[in-house]
Design a binder for this molecule. Sequence first.
Ligand code: BGC
Length: 753
Amino acid sequence: MNMSMKSNRRRGLLVLGLAAAMCSGTLAVAQVAKAASGKQFPWSDASLSPDVRADRVIQEMTLDEKILLLHGQGMPMGAQTDTRSNGGAGYTVAIPRLGIPSIQMADSAYGVTRGAAMGRYSTALPNNLGAASSWDTAMMQTYGELIGTELRDEGYNMTLGGGVNLAREPRDGRTFEYMGEDPLLAGTLDGNVEVGVQSQHIIGDVKHYAINDQESGRMAVNANIDQRAMRETDLRAFGIALQISHAGAVMCSYNRVNGVYACQNSYLLSDVLKGAFGFKGFVLSDWGGTHSTVQASHAGLDQEQPGDYFYGDALKKAVEDGQISQAELNEHVHRVLRSMFAAGLFDDPGKTQVPNVESGYATARQIAEESMVLLKNESHILPLAGVHRIAVIGGHADVGVLSGGGSAQVDPPGGSPVPQKPGKGIFAAFIHQAWMPDSPLRALREALPGTEISFSAGDDVAAAESAASKADVAIVFVYQWEAEGFDLPTLDLAPEQNKLVEGVAAANPRTIVVLETGSPATMPWAEKVQGIVEAWYPGIRGGEALAEILTGKVDPSGKLAITFPRSDADLPHPRLVTPPASSEPQLPPKGKPPVDFMKVLGQGLPAFQTYYDEGLKVGYKWYDAEQKPVLFPFGFGLSYTTFAYSDLRVTGGTATTVNFRLKNTGEQAGTEIAEVYAELPAAAQEPPKRLVGWARVALQPGETKQISIPVDRDRLTIFDVAHKDWELTPGSYSILVGSSSRDLPLTQTLTLP
Ligand code: BGC
């Protein structure tokens, strides 16, 4: 975050400069188009490989031109003073002499951000962890396609989305932006998002590499973690995402890993990413995450963002002095150009147009329907049927649904229907709680025209209790806001929200709770309510999707991509690790001149330590290993119908296939996510089990399907640090199949040599 750019000055400029901003956005795109369309060059032949084309360009480039591709030009963010920028978080300049287009980057985790600052609409999809609860690879491609399409419509050609950090610390304020706690699930889903993004000729990006697992002190923290744990957990998620998507870029993170900043960490960048993973794209630093020239270059950082403190004149000088070789410089340039060619930036520059709002709404709703997770449904309180009076209570359900904040924030079209509360920490002035204007109350009233539906805001608990007592069913909305830049001190909801649920449940036992959270929440009242639905931050059609789930028009099919523990005390680190004040960047007090925040970041902050001693035991692996009961396990989610598993048959050796039968034993159609886990031989010294496959299966009432899930060898291997390779431990493996990580009725053992 460039605070100097996201300052009050910026907001002032924003209004004055809106017309200029829109105009310069057009200019920036025109520049892209002109550069790409005109003259023929030796690299214009699209039948050549991206590598050959990149090398041909490099042969013609001067040193200055090469340097231009290796750094950004500042962070305009809508306040347009620079006509070369499209207004996103960063960009590189075009080099018209050589027909090289500029790279225009926009944050786009769950939709394109800053679109509204440019006067354009962007679709807010359900947040990433929410969408991950669909376990639906095809849907995740659709998610990426929509983001890619709108990026193009808005004049961008590179995403800054693709967060795949594992939820090692679920209070991480960006948990909503990531894909949960399992590397196979997170990597596979994020990989599919990137496939979708890149299908629209946008450079894909996977971030924040690596072990950037909490926000508190993210710019200073030194994450201590052993190599095997790192490879098998967080890095594995990145590896899988890249293997699936061949994303053109990876953003390295702010933090240090085992003593070295991630953006100059040769183990992370050279040995693992470019070596073991065979990554062919370019590494760009998180904003202000570059801390050196020579060390970073040697380690494998290709591009500094958003400025040029280390990769501008300093890089040029280091090359001239011979500290950085021409070959090393060319390698960085090659990677940038290669990704531009591979994504189609030269051949298909695109043109701006108004995004298709209606189609965005439809996609957002469909994804939200698959994302919501039914956690409890006692006495079949859901779907709502035969009820005459419903009391809807709290959570601003009369006007909208919550969204996640920070650089991922998609602007609510028409503004936030709830006055925007400021964020926390150093970003308080720049990050605001925003709500999407899609009211669950309105959607419910439309879905149930014959039902009397009242609303109480929930601020007055006595009034809420009274409304609940007069209704057949009470639906209470509670929420937990998350944003970049700060963590949740606890997974507990605010005390007044828990009090509200307790009060309503006491007034009417037929109470349903709807949660809008970006992380798991603890639920001291779970036994006292009959229904619980996790809606996450469900996006611009979240209210409608929720009404469809509650009324049974859509069967809930989502399953948790993250464990809901009983309390903070059960987490690997019961207390959040927080930094000393000296390790958080300081902004000048009010009235003092602004600082160059990116420069301050680049100079580095004193380190503080976090020790990820839980190692391999991330998420469910921790609770399983420690034999801790949980509130709702990983992989859990109910449907309005029921399913039965039978006839497990595991075949093969190294190419294992897991076959079983799945039957819809209920009275309505539904979709089950069938999950396959493996217990490795004791000699592997692994946590009790790991997810090795799954299938989303739609079944009519009474229907049975024969399911076959391949389990590749690499899903069963462990990382051998001494041999720097993945190995299969000989011995007996148990294959477990069922509906959640803690409900696995089918088991078969398999001996592998
Ligand atoms: C965030 C990145 C984001 C970048 C540009 C950083 O502060 O960590 O995720 O892409 O800003 O906005």
